[in-house]
Design a protein around this ligand. Structure first.
Ligand SMILES: NC(=O)c1ccc[n+]([C@@H]2O[C@H](COP(=O)([O-])OP(=O)(O)OC[C@H]3O[C@@H](n4cnc5c(N)ncnc54)[C@H](OP(=O)(O)O)[C@@H]3O)[C@@H](O)[C@H]2O)c1
Length: 246
């Protein structure tokens, strides 16, 4: 379908472009006739060939590198759509905790650094350069498990806390953004359970029909972004457009 409500000639940027969901966002935006530029930002230079595609290597936790990347992204004008699709759930020395006995300070700090601090730094640099003359949006990938109200299972404390904190960052920045740019929005997105490296060890209990390809999830999320109403800023929505409770 593509973006309908942003106008045309869109300048877009995807952080975490090397991830399963990030790469699918890049692919969908490159295919969208409303989009004229897709800046794909990753820790290692992403591949792909298209006149629209501009690749940037950048560690999002390095603010000097972020500043240089943003200078490239805004070379031809402000940003209409920014997607932050980076995050970790497991990795070397990191596994989602089943009980408080599994909590490890270094692992928890690493999860908070990637899932909360990196998107916050990216927002610090992107929010001031969002277009002011028409609809523009900053969307960060959060997760339903970051909902405090929805948490009945427990476990995964570092990941849950990192996404709950990200949701608070989004809410907080939405208040400040509204004061300086009344056409811009900042939202969180829950992609569903998606077939990527991140979900790979944890898919056993996913009900039939609830495991999405990255392409299907991204198509849903782009539709949600396109249809956001004026009161949406500061909130988190799932791939179908339903609000995830705080
Ligand atoms: N998959 C799911 O079922 C699911 C469910 C709910 C929420 N989410 C959220 O969706 C987002 C994307 O996840 P995904 O499934 O696409 O995961 P993925 O395939 O593992 O990709 C995650 C990307 O995050 C970036 N990243 C990882 N470690 C990093 C680090 N130490 N520093 C900086 N960047 C780092 C990397 O981007 P680069 O390679 O480009 O550097 C990586 O490719 C995450 O925020 C995740 O929490 C996913």
């Amino acid at each position: 379908m593509g973006l309908q409500n942003f106008g045309t000639g869109l300048n877009t940027v995807v952080f975490g472009a090397g991830g399963g969901i990030g790469a699918a966002f890049v692919e969908a935006l490159v295919a969208d006739p409303a989009v004229s530029r897709v800046h794909a930002v990753s820790r290692s230079l992403p591949g792909g060939a298209s006149a629209k595609l501009h690749a940037h290597a950048c560690d999002p936790l390095d603010e000097d590198a972020l500043g240089r990347t943003l200078a490239g992204v805004t070379q031809d004008g402000p940003v209409h759509l920014a997607i932050v699709a980076l995050g970790i759930l497991h990795g070397e020395g990191i596994a989602p905790e089943k009980t408080w006995r599994h909590v490890d300070a270094a692992a928890m700090a690493a999860v908070l650094e990637v899932n909360t601090i990196a998107p916050t730094l990216i927002a610090k640099h992107i929010l001031p350069v969002l277009a002011k003359d028409r609809k523009s949006c900053f969307a960060a990938l959060s997760a339903r498990v970051g909902s405090i109200q929805d948490n009945r299972l427990g476990g995964w404390v570092s990941y849950r806390a990192s996404k709950a904190a990200l949701n608070m960052v989004i809410r907080t920045f939405s208040v400040e953004l509204a004061r300086v740019n009344d056409t811009a929005q900042i939202v969180g997105l829950h992609p569903g359970t998606v077939e990527t490296e991140l979900s790979q060890p944890f898919r056993a209990g996913v009900p039939e029909g609830k495991l999405f390809t990255a392409q299907r999830s991204v198509s849903g999320m782009l539709g949600v972004i396109d249809r956001l109403d004026r009161g949406a800023s500061g909130k988190t929505f799932d791939y179908a457009g339903n609000e995830v409770p705080p």
